[in-house]
Design a protein around this ligand. Structure first.
Ligand code: EPZ
Length: 428
């Protein structure tokens, strides 16, 4: 198992190019199953979740070629596709469930294992299934699998109880080839949903309203081909922006869409960081001159355009060093505080009270042996370790590899003292 060895580092300085968005490229890869022609997807990040999705699509019968150097995946799903997705891949990555909508639309039948929960919560898929039923599919759950069948999906008006990102994406993909018009209300408005809609429209779909809480999908006969550049990863960008604050540094993130970073930029300014949009991207600078400290702030995670849940752990690595008391409330997932115990091993002062974490800022942290409990928690612990005194051993970093491309290399280029140790056995 690999781990990071991280030592106390000087303030991180310089610029870092942000990769394509994991949470855009995964649904877009699933959506390529809908197209009868070749799809070219650009700025694909080198992450293990993308590899998992590539394997899943190939097992389903699609042909994929991934040029990792160029960051391009070409897919062709013209041949016979299988209706069954394999358990071992779906259980590895929840986003695999996003192949359900495309296969149901394309084949009229699909059998996908129910994705399990994960460290951050139960993560049911009831809203996805309600959407497929509303489109006329017969949906059955048996032996841990979901089977759905429909001679022809029919457009429908669907109201989502919660603006679920995955349910919005899965139902939208199923509706693209349905007969008639589907209106999806109270849907997610995340930039990744918009990117998926843009990809589908470039392949011949007719989707209007993505990015608002009502999306209208007019069914078409088939989708042809597409050539699409994936949007930058706003969460990777946010992770490096927070790193500037944690290490009292000065970092510019390039290849970003500043508009997607608004909720985070507002919060970074609130804690006394200097954030400016430049030609190159967004620059975050610790304000030594202005009293030089991070001010405590309250954070509440919400669906976009609220503060992103995927930035909650990383932002906490800033607040545990702030002057004063901060309250972080996680409203999207029911169990996304697994990183709190690990931060406390490094000397943080945090108390969990139901869905909130009450944080008393401390002067400094000390290095420790800690574990990544999920993707974003792992990244957050790496940031905290950069400013902790001494050495931190961060294990279970396979979580980090799922959603970050070369995190250690990118941090090192900014001055971080971090190295990856491939295989080490736990000290007995
Ligand atoms: C997507 O997950 C992202 N993953 C997550 O990013 C992100 O945290 C999440 O959206 C929220 O922004 C991908 O895009 C691959 P949801 P998703 O459906 O679609 C409940 C990361 O770190 N819910 O919006 O699974 C659910 O339990 C990952 O990159 C239902 O109750 O998120 C959760 O509490 C982590 N029933 C809430 O909604 C459903 O049918 C939000 O889930 C679906 C969801």
């Amino acid at each position: 198992m690999a781990r990071f060895i991280i030592n106390n580092s000087p303030p991180l300085k310089g610029s870092v190019k942000i990769s394509g968005s994991k949470n855009a490229v995964l649904p877009i890869l699933a959506a390529s199953l809908l197209a009868e022609g070749e799809c070219v997807i650009r700025d694909v990040p080198c992450q293990s979740d993308v590899e998992t999705m590539r394997m899943l699509l190939e097992r389903l019968g699609a042909d994929l070629y991934w040029d990792k150097e160029a960051g391009i995946i070409q897919t062709l799903a013209s041949g016979r596709l299988r209706t069954e997705a394999e358990y071992e891949l779906v259980s590895k990555m929840r986003a695999s469930f996003l192949v359900m909508g495309p296969l149901l639309a394309r084949l009229g039948e699909v059998n996908v294992p129910l994705p399990g929960g994960c460290a951050i919560g139960a993560r049911p898929v009831d809203l996805h299934l309600k959407g497929f039923s509303a489109l006329g599919a017969q949906v059955m759950q048996e032996h841990g699998n979901v089977r759905a069948k429909a001679k022809r999906l029919k457009g429908a008006k669907i109201y989502l109880d919660f603006p679920s990102v995955g349910a919005t994406e899965n139902i939208m993909m199923a509706a693209v080839l349905a007969d008639g018009v589907t209106v999806l209300e109270n849907c997610a408005v995340e930039p990744e949903v918009v990117d998926l809609a843009n990809f589908l429209n470039s392949a011949g779909a007719e989707i209007r309203g993505a990015g608002t809480d009502t999306i209208k999908i007019t069914g078409v006969k088939s989708l042809s081909e597409a050539d699409h550049q994936v949007i930058p990863d706003r969460i990777e960008a946010g992770t490096f922006m927070v790193a500037a604050g944690v290490t009292k540094g000065d970092i510019t993130v390039t290849n970003v869409v500043a508009d997607h970073l608004k909720p985070l930029i507002a919060k970074l300014k609130e804690v006394n960081l200097d954030v400016t949009e430049t030609e190159a991207g967004v620059r975050v600078k610790y304000q030594e001159e202005k009293g030089g400290h991070i001010i405590a702030a309250d954070v509440k995670t919400l669906p976009y355009p609220g503060f992103p849940t995927d930035m909650q752990a990383q932002f906490m690595s800033l607040l545990i060093l702030a002057e004063g008391t901060s309250i972080v409330t996680e409203t999207v997932f029911e169990n996304r505080f697994m990183h709190v115990g690990e931060f406390k091993r490094m000397g943080a002062d945090i108390k969990i009270e139901s869905r909130s974490a009450v944080i008393e800022g401390v002067k400094n942290l000390t290095g420790a042996q800690v574990k990544a409990t999920d993707l974003r928690a792992g990244a957050a612990l790496a940031l905290a370790a950069l400013t902790a005194s001494g050495t931190t051993e961060l294990s279970d970093i396979y979580h980090i590899d799922r959603g970050y491309c070369n995190l250690a290399e990118k941090l090192s280029q900014l001055g971080a003292r971090i190295r990856r140790e491939e295989d080490f056995s736990e000290k007995k």
